[in-house]
Design a binder for this molecule. Structure first.
Ligand code: NOJ
Length: 756
């Protein structure tokens, strides 16, 4: 360490992310002095992010000659290297054996927890609890840094209105307001208030930008949208992350206005740095520089130069920067200043992380032993999971289950460790997860009246199974025939009081490169449910999925439905907690559930059109064969108890000086204590441009004991009514607005106010 400090030759190396002017000056001086010593090759080397692929390959290409590249100063950072020993080894190579001893960044896809896996992000978003989400990021940061990491490729904040897109699992759903609150919570959770602390990490908001708008929900597909839609509906969560001080931004695979994001100067420089004032580093997605060749933007040299010029700093895996930038410089296609700028941003990130002060600050085998997978972290994972479940249906109080009743626990996901964690749990170990059968026994005791039958394979389709099994066996096709599996489950159901069927997708049927055109339950499971229905027993469905599924038949035929997404390491315990009423579900949907795929894209904050739906008028906006209404709307989610709302407002008129406070008195009128997410929606009746039929403007989660009342209020000012106008000015319009505070988005407006 001493040798290292001497070498750098800087008197004081206190680094800090709280950017006081003095700190910034110090950083500037430090980085400038260091850059003066760097050769062109070393500067280009800093722009290179590699993955050795030995631990966690997350793409199809991996880097080669890793060791010699590090020694030669040709690497700025690594990802996919897990564990303090390996990270220490790689960092030691950089700081002991490269000429300038510049430390490396170590990144990873820490998406919903590190080793203690939390629910998938769409599940966490269903909690509508930003404190809980922030804490999940803090714990993830603590575990990841204990393991030697200093950079996480999260949060993913891509708005999407298309559940065919598998990556909706990784985000917060369809709404810009909810998405922005969550983006902020995650960034502050990961980064804390001081990046240089050994338990905070640099976050990377992704995928910038608009990746969730891919046509037909097919991953990596074209995106094309108006500037108004971008600014008002898709960009706000990225901006919220930037405003929260996110240290890095990852560019997306898709094109925007015909230019791939990775080489899009308007996006990476004019908008991100110019309009939004971002001063951190921009990293490409996995080989997204090289992929611009297939996009039709030119050869590797051309697309690499284009990306650098556009404002990209770091090239993930593809090595287009490493292999072509010097040539482009020699040919005058880029300048040394372009390279310097990118290099500076990477060195600044390292400085803010405190790596120049101590390159090993995040690598601490003791912390790794003590801080990872602790009882407390697992307890929190269980809590987060219970809060992420959404009760979609509960006829005649089928749930919670009564312990004296005999339960037939069936379904391919009922006793299945391999699928509990969900997609993008790169450091999670499925074998440490709790399946539902085990969870029920843990919660209710070994004598609980539960018997299990698999009933069906997740899918009988061998080709689909193969695709879902790329990261290990998620779908195992049973040696017994589907008929035998069903018969066994039916017999069990007949001898039980209630059927609990745990059904859904395999975890890798959502996530990256996991789009589906049919988002129903696989046929094997539909057959099982149809057979169970014939027994006449009450049916509870526990649905695991990484996306909204189409569940019309299930909604008609099941007595209760609990949507549990992929709940993480404590899945089974958390599901048992909720099934048996130890926790009363409080989750709300962050994404609309369509009735069928033909309704997609479907989202609550759509426009009215000139011919709003009217059942009695043929020439209005509708389908001939399905209603316009979703199966379950955004914001929807039941509780074991019931809530009554009384709404009031502090004034009828708002202006630039006077706000309005909207208040709901919420009474718990049922028989259980419960939490409710009160949601404020508004509608601007006339605008400078057409306005959405509804817009979420606030939400608060409150706990009420049965019989008790709580008061929540939301204060809006004219700033909350601003939106981007056709000239992209961010202003509000005077006029009439409607509002309601309620339990879901599909309620009628109850009040109005005027804005002057
Ligand atoms: C590609 C994915 O799009 C991105 O989300 C991820 O962070 C990188 N691969 C690295 O694994």
């Amino acid at each position: 360490m001493k040798k290292y400090l001497l070498f750098i030759g800087i008197l004081t190396l206190v680094s800090c992310s709280k950017s006081t002017e003095k700190d910034l000056n110090k950083m500037d001086v430090f980085v400038s002095e260091l850059m003066q010593k760097m050769t062109l090759e070393e500067k280009i080397g800093q722009l290179n992010l590699i993955t050795p692929g030995s631990d966690i390959p997350t793409g199809s290409v991996v880097s080669t000659d890793v060791e010699s590249k590090i020694k030669n100063g040709q690497v700025g950072g690594m990802f996919g290297v897990i564990g303090p020993e390996k990270i220490r080894e790689a960092q030691a190579l950089a700081v002991n054996e490269s000429r300038l001893k510049i430390p490396l960044l170590f990144g990873s896809d820490v998406i919903h927890g590190h080793k203690t896996t939390f629910p998938i992000p769409l599940g966490l978003a269903s909690s509508w609890d930003t404190e809980l989400i922030k804490k999940s990021a803090q714990i993830a940061a603590d575990e990841a840094t204990s393991d030697g990491l200093n950079w996480v490729f999260s949060p993913m904040v891509d708005i999407s209105r298309d559940p065919r897109w598998g990556r909706v699992a990784e985000g917060s759903g369809e709404d810009a307001y909810l998405g922005s609150q969550i983006a902020k919570a995650m960034v502050t959770g990961y980064q804390g208030d001081d990046l240089s602390k050994n338990n905070t990490v640099m976050a990377s908001v992704k995928h910038f930008a608009l990746y969730g708008g891919s046509e037909a929900g097919r991953d990596y597909n074209t995106v094309d949208m108006s500037k108004l839609r971008m600014y008002n509906e898709y960009l706000p969560p990225y901006k919220a992350a930037v405003d929260a001080g996110v240290g890095s931004v990852m560019s997306s695979f898709n094109e925007i206005d015909g230019v791939p994001a990775t080489g899009n100067k308007w996006l990476l420089t004019d908008l991100l740095r110019g309009e939004w004032g971002f001063d951190g580093l921009v990293v490409s997605d996995y080989t997204s520089v090289n992929e611009m060749i297939a996009h039709g933007m030119g050869d590797l040299q051309t697309v690499s130069a284009l990306s650098l010029k556009a404002g990209l700093d770091m090239d993930m895996v593809g090595e287009g920067f490493l292999t072509t930038l010097k040539k482009s410089l020699d040919e005058g296609k880029i300048t040394e200043a372009d390279i310097n700028l990118a290099c500076r941003r990477i060195l600044e990130a390292k400085y803010k992380l405190g790596l120049f002060d101590d390159p090993f600050r995040y690598i601490d085998e003791k912390r790794a032993e003590q801080n990872i997978l602790t009882v407390e972290n697992r307890d929190f994972a269980r809590k987060a999971a219970t809060h992420s479940f959404v009760l979609l249906k509960n006829n005649k109080q089928t749930l919670p289950l009564i312990s004296s009743k005999k339960i037939a626990l069936v379904g391919p996901l009922a006793n299945n460790k391999n699928n509990m964690l969900g997609t993008w749990a790169v450091s999670g170990n499925p074998q440490l997860s709790i399946p539902v059968l085990e969870g029920i026994k843990n919660v209710m005791g070994a004598d609980v009246k539960v018997r299990y039958a698999k009933g069906a394979n997740i899918t009988d389709d061998a080709a689909l199974a193969k695709r879902a099994n790329v990261f290990g066996e998620r779908v195992d096709i049973d040696a017994r025939s589907p008929e035998v599996l069903i018969a066994e489950a039916v017999l069990l159901a007949k001898n039980s009081d209630v059927v609990v069927a745990v059904v859904g997708e395999a975890s890798e049927m959502s996530g990256e490169a996991a789009s589906r055109s049919d988002i129903g339950l696989p046929q094997s499971q539909k057959n099982l449910l149809a057979a169970l229905k014939k027994t006449g027993k009450p049916i509870v469905l526990v649905i695991m999925s990484g996306r909204p599924l189409t569940l019309e038949w299930e909604n008609e035929n099941a007595d209760a439905i609990l949507q549990v997404w992929f709940a993480g390491i404590e899945a089974g315990n958390a599901i048992a907690d909720v099934l048996y009423g130890k926790y009363n579900p409080s989750g709300k949907l962050p994404m609309t559930f369509p009735r069928n795929v033909g309704q997609i894209p479907i989202y609550y904050n759509h426009k009215n059109t000139g011919r709003p739906f009217d059942a009695n008028n043929k020439f209005t906006t509708k389908y001939l064969d399905v209603s316009n209404e979703p199966l379950y709307p955004f914001g929807y989610g039941l509780s074991y108890t019931t809530f009554d709302y009384k709404i009031s407002q502090s004034a009828e008129v708002m202006d630039a000086k006077n706000s309005i406070t909207f208040t709901a008195e919420i009474s718990n009128t049922g028989n259980f204590d419960g939490e409710e997410v009160a949601q404020l929606y508004i509608h601007q009746k006339v605008g400078a441009i057409t306005r959405p039929v509804k817009e979420l403007k606030g939400f608060k989660k409150v706990l009420m004991k049965k019989g008790k009342t709580a008061t929540v209020d939301f204060t809006l000012t004219v700033d909350d009514l601003k939106y981007y106008h056709p000239d992209l000015s961010f202003t509000y319009d005077p006029g009439e607005f409607e509002f309601f505070i309620g339990t879901s988005s599909n309620q009628d407006f109850t009040g109005r106010f005027i804005v002057k």
